[in-house]
Ligand binder design. Sequence first.
Ligand code: 8X3
Length: 250
Amino acid sequence: MSLTVLVTGASAGFGSAIARRFVRDGHRVIAAARRADRLKALAGELGPAVLPFPLDVTDAAAVAALPAALPQAWRAVDVLVNNAGLALGLDPAYRAKLSDWETMLATNAAGLMRVTHALLPGMVERNRGHIVNLSSTAAIYPYPGGHIYGASKAFVTQFSLNLRADLVGTNVRVTDLEPGLVGGSEFSAVRFGDAARAAAVYSGTTPLTPEDIAEATSWVVNLPAHVNINRLEMMPTCQASGPLVVKRKE
Ligand code: 8X3
């Protein structure tokens, strides 16, 4: 059955890989992001199965206007992939910029919250839907410099689990995807604003790819309707959690 899928942050990285994957699987994708030119290029590449939809998830009024702002034939969104998000900086909390913290919270937490608030009632009314939230291993495992990025992803994970509590017994599913090290996206370039520093993050590793994230998204969505994957933590084989740190005196 062909699904209508809305992907936020669809102009690059995980979002465009997820859009490509769903179109390849025979579904229709509302590709939402700020960069209209990139969405147009994606639609040019993938054809009429993609509806480019310029949207800034931090724009409360624009998000509240969803789904009425969508063309009638695209309004019954079956799958929402809350992918838009970013990390800014890796300095310790006591040197971080407050404006970076505010931007991360506005996008990763409040933006995701608003898009969910706009689309969830329709899913419940139709008794059909799936919300896939892009969280992170940073939601669970703290690391130096993670501060508000990790906290915003912890919000995503706990919000996802709490949504399940409200949706139990309905046919609306919620999945929290928690990837670790993923290359091939703008994530580190945005975090550091420095291409060389961004490249160094992946040096000597074989990280996950945006296509791996798209594969996991497609898998959770295409499972039988009675199966809900609550949380899915993913790391490349070159990454693991731990050990806990013990700081010893010199
Ligand atoms: C991205 C993974 O480890 O950079 O969410 O926080 S990490």
